[in-house]
Ligand binder design. Structure first.
Ligand SMILES: Cc1cc2nc3c(=O)[nH]c(=O)nc-3n(C[C@H](O)[C@H](O)[C@H](O)COP(=O)(O)OP(=O)(O)OC[C@H]3O[C@@H](n4cnc5c(N)ncnc54)[C@H](O)[C@@H]3O)c2cc1C
Length: 399
């Protein structure tokens, strides 16, 4: 496989790089706190600027506000933003997971009403899947939707809902028929997060910020026109979301929001203050992590090349997410270690990454679940015993 850009890709990369450089002062930076500010104004503006340049929703169809571009173009934009120290867009969950679900299963009316505003970050979206008793085993969810004429009455609780405290809309997976097998009685809706009966309670993490939330639904009324897909076909609709999530988290960039280049510069700037012995250890550790970052990136390229040829992503995406999370965590640990003896107390981008990245080993498929996928699908190990006969491992757990 040739890892160099084709002439077209090189020209596109140059165009992206120039646009980012020309608008750098309107874009946020890793660790500048913009993602944690109460109103997210700067983070929204940053995404809007990239949208206006034609660099958000690159692979989305043009008739819903996208660019009709290729996954490789998306990877180029992600890479150039990473090199410029710009973190993932604040609307990433909408762009990467909710939007593709609306594109695949929404009505024309839903597509016209929601998708352009999602890309330009006029609206923020969240993913309302996990519950206190259903995470990896997503199909065990209990939030109930009961039909009342043209509407549905919703009662239940979600948890770990990223960005729910800022979100305008969410995609909500509910149980509509408890008499059916657990994967069969589910239905998906778009829910207005400001509707009466929706209560959001932020959960504070060890990073100091509250990125995710508990969300309670008490007699929330959702019109049937906000259904995504058919009644009791929500598992199939949800698989679209999970597939998109896997691509978003395990795709081409593969560095989990940390640029290896930025880390290298930081470590180079600090290493002189260490004893010779510690310098040698830091060099060895950095070499090891750098190798993992490269392996993750090239695994991501395999994925992109499969998608470019129209194939669905396979276990490469699980391997990409697993390896990328591990490398990102090690890199953040190393950067904090070379910050000096007080490094662990400072409030900087490396400390924020060190505190935040363990969450990525859980979100979007835990490390253990991803290892099961690799064991089964790549290494051909015997499948783990499970009650849901007829489902592949990936269909029976959240990925
Ligand atoms: C930072 C963060 C953001 C998140 N954002 C969202 C969001 O926006 N929307 C949303 O819906 N959810 C979100 N989640 C929830 C996330 O999807 C779940 O936490 C995840 O699916 C795991 O579910 P759980 O926490 O219930 O753990 P469980 O599924 O109960 O797992 C507990 C432990 O058992 C292990 N385990 C479970 N099943 C197996 C198995 N079959 N084989 C081996 N080991 C197993 C797990 O690896 C884990 O160590 C987020 C989570 C985090 C940490």
């Amino acid at each position: 496989m040739n890892f160099d850009d084709t002439p077209e890709e090189a020209a596109y990369r140059e165009q992206v790089r120039t646009y980012i450089a020309d608008h750098r002062d309107q874009l946020i930076s890793v660790g500048d706190g913009a993602r944690r500010e109460g109103d997210l104004t700067r983070a929204r503006e940053s995404q809007r600027v990239m949208y206006e340049g034609g660099y958000v929703g690159i692979t989305w169809p043009k008739d819903v506000g996208g660019q009709g571009g290729s996954p490789m173009q998306q990877a180029i934009v992600d890479q150039e933003l990473g090199k410029a120290g710009v973190p993932g867009h604040v609307g990433l969950i909408g762009i990467g997971m909710c939007g593709p679900t609306v594109i695949s299963h929404g009505s024309d009316d839903q597509k016209q009403r929601y998708l352009k505003r999602l890309l330009s970050c006029e609206d923020i979206w969240c993913q309302l899947f996990s519950e206190p008793a259903s995470g990896s085993d997503l199909a065990a969810l209990r939030t109930r939707a009961v039909r009342e004429g043209d509407s549905w009455r919703i009662n239940g609780q979600k948890v770990w809902t990223t960005l729910a405290q800022y979100a305008d809309y969410g995609i909500l997976l509910t149980r509509t028929d408890p008499t059916l097998a657990k994967h069969k009685g589910l239905t998906m809706f778009v829910v207005d997060m400001k509707a009466p009966g929706v209560t959001v309670r932020p959960l504070r993490q060890m990073s100091g910020s509250a990125e995710f939330n508990e969300v309670f639904f008490d007699d929330v009324i959702v019109h049937d026109s906000e259904r995504l897909g058919e009644v009791n076909d929500g598992w199939r609709v949800g698989l679209t979301t999970l597939m998109s999530e896997r691509l978003t988290l395990g795709g081409g960039g593969g560095e989990m929001g940390i640029s290896g280049g930025t880390a290298a510069s930081f470590i180079a700037s600090q290493i002189g203050s260490l004893s010779e012995d510690r310098q040698a250890l830091v060099r060895q550790d950095f070499g090891r992590v750098w190798t993992q970052l490269l392996a993750t990136r090239y695994t991501g390229y395999r994925l992109l090349s499969a998608i470019s040829k129209g194939a669905m992503p396979g276990p490469e995406a699980s391997a990409g997410k697993l390896a990328g999370t591990k490398a990102g965590r090690q890199l953040a640990d190393l950067a904090v270690r070379v910050s000096g003896d007080g490094g662990v107390w400072f409030e900087g981008p490396w400390q924020a990454s060190q505190a935040g990245l363990p969450g990525l080993a859980i979100a979007g498929g835990t490390d253990e679940v991803l290892r099961n996928v690799i064991g089964e699908r790549v290494l051909g190990l015997p499948p783990e015993p499970r009650a849901d006969k007829g489902l592949s491992f990936e269909e029976s757990v959240k990925l």
